[in-house]
Write a protein that binds this ligand. Sequence first.
Ligand code: DAH
Length: 339
Amino acid sequence: MIDKIKEHIAEVEAFNAETADQIEAFRIKYLGKKGILNGFFAEFKSVPNEQKKDFGQAVNALKQAAEAKVTSLKEVLESKQEEKGVYGDLSRPAEPIEIGARHPISIVKNQIIEIFSNVGFNVSEGPEIEDDWHNFTALNLPEYHPARDMQDTFFIQTDPDILLRTHTSSVQVRYMEENKPPIRTISPGRVFRNEAISARSHCIFHQVEGLYIDKDVSFADLKQTLLYFTKQLFGKSKIRLRPSYFPFTEPSAEVDIYWGLETETDYRITKGTGWLEIMGCGMVDPNVLRNCNIDPTEYSGFAFGMGIERIAMLLYQIGDIRMFYENDVRFLEQFKSSI
Ligand code: DAH
């Protein structure tokens, strides 16, 4: 009998409970009216006299153990509930923390900045609301110049002199007005054109402008710089410069990279030629230098401009420019692993 009581004491000591119901069930089992302890007390009279003392002590020990257990379990439970009051339920699984992603336009912009800053270009910025001088006139596009039609402009209604810049070339002018050569700067930023929105074009997009002015800068320097850039960004090492026209450069060129014709997509995006146009460039027109108080007999330089969306679409194989502005998380979260 005493062994049985000792087993119970061990069971009581090992017992643990998490909820008030479990503690109550334990209390009833041992200390309730029809509980184990009262069972032993009822048997007391039938215990032989010489064992009564040991038996009594053992039952008392069991009673004390059970009561102490109930008290301590209740205390633990109460203290947990107090914590809950201040901090919530500390035993709940943690909320998963969602880590955001950079926008693909920012990712590509930062890559371009990094590549050019490695060869000494700094970053400059200008205003999105521009005046006619910086967006057009200083860039060799005087009033009534037909090339103004190449860029459908948003004007600020009350003042025909104020507009939303149509390209980041306006920052070239501002930079040259404020800094003396040597100049090596790239200017990323948002530009605006009054164009119909489609899969290929949008009325708001981003460009990066590049400008290099120093003594004896040549077209060969331009080509070498662009080759370095395309190798770094696309991992492609074949480019070609096609003669073109921009009012602010002379001579002017469009830059194509050789993308290859390995896959069906390559065929589609290069229209079967393997070549892709990625930017415009040229030697800064002497008129532009003069407009910015730089002496064209002393200095020469090159400039280039590219659309960030176009480059991001090529790098990430994005088929529709509108995706960049819809902020659909299913699109954005695909860039989580990119820097
Ligand atoms: N501003 C031109 C555009 O928006 C791009 C461009 C072409 C910039 C040639 C240049 C350049 O600096 O030299 O289409």
